[in-house]
Design a binder for this molecule. Sequence first.
Ligand code: DSN
Length: 391
Amino acid sequence: MSKVIEILRKEEKRQKTVINLIPSENYVSKNVLRALGSVFTNKYAEGKSGFRYYSGNKFTDELEDYVKELGLKVFGASSKEYGINVQPYSGSIANLAAYLSVLKSGDKILAMSLEHGGHLTHGHKVSMTGQLFSFSHYGVNTKGFIDYKDILKIAKKFRPKLIVAGATAYPREINFKKFREIADEVGALLMADVSHIAGLIVGGVHLSPIPYADIVTSTTHKTLRGPRGAIIISKHQIQKSKFNLTESIDKTVFPGLQGGPQMHTIAAMGVAFEEALQPSFKKYANQVVKNAKKLAEELKRAGFKLISGGTDNHLILVDVTSLGLLGKEAADRLEANGIIVNKNSIPFDTRKPWDPSGIRLGTPAVTTQGMKEEDMVEIAKRIAETLISKS
Ligand code: DSN
C-alpha cells in the first residue's frame, strides 16, 4: 500500500478518536470531501468565467458562476451591490489582496493586534502585511472586551485609510455597525475579516458585516465547515467614486497574487454553501454557540480563568498561568489525554506567541459530531482533571 495512504488512514483514525477543540477546525461532509477529491483538480482555469487563458473551461465557468452566486446568497449580499471572488487560496492571501486592491504600499491601516486576538495578516511585523503597510493596532480592555470608544480615539489620531474588524482569538460578538460608524467618522474604508465566525453569521447567530463593511474576507473552513480556501465579498462601488472595487479585487487576486484557481476547492466551497443554506445549518450554528457557552460555564465553575469571563461565539480563551501552567504545557497534557486545543496568546500576554500564557478552545468540530451541552459538561470535567488536579 502507498505510504501516503497508510498515513492518511492513521490521520482518519486520529481525527475520529480525539476530542477536537481547535476552534478553527471542523469536520467537512462526505460531499465536500468528494468535491475536493474530484476531477476539477485536473483543470487549469486562470482568469474568470468567460475570460480564461485555457480552453476546456465550459464546466469550470458553470461551476464558478454557480459558487459565486451561492456565496453571495449565503451571506445575504445582493449581486447588484456586491461582488465576490472565490479564488483566494487562503485567508492570508484574501486579506493581502483586499489591502492591495484599495491601498498603496505605506498606507495606514487600523486593526486588532495579534496579542489581543487579531490575525498575523492584520499587520503583525512578521507578516508581509505589516511590512507593506503602516499599521496601528487596537486591542481589548482589561476585562477582555473591544472598547469601541477607544478604537474611535485611536482612529481619530491615526487617520487610517482602512479599518479591519475581525479576529482569530476574540470570544465576544463583534459589532460591525459600531465599526462602520467609526470608519465613517474618520473617512476610512471598513473591512471585516469574518474567517472565524462566518458560520455563525450565515447561521443567523451573529451580526452580519453586510451591509456595514465595504469588504468582507473569510476563510471557508472553520465554522463555515467547507474546504480550506477563502472568499472576498466587496461592494462594487465605494464612497460614491467610479472606482470598481470588485474588479480591482479580481485583478489583485489574479494575476496580481495567484495563478490558476484551485477549482476542486471552489467545487467543495459550492457544496459547503449548499449545506449552509439548509435549515439544519442554522441549528448547527446555534448549537456551536450553546456548546461553547456551556463549556465556558463549566470551565469557570471548575476554577479556570477565562478571558472576558466567557464567550458569545464558538471559542474560549483560557489563561492557564493562574494554575501554574503555560499554554504549551497545558496543550501537551490535554493532547496526551485525547483532547486537542491550541496554545494561544492572551491579551496583555508578557510571553511570546510561540510560548504563550493561554490555550484556545472551540466547539465547531465537536458540534458537527453531534455533541450537545451534556457532553460539554463531561469535556470540561476531563479538562479540569487533566489540568487542575495534576498541576
Ligand atoms: N490559523 C487560524 C486560526 O487557527 O485561527 C487563523 O489563520
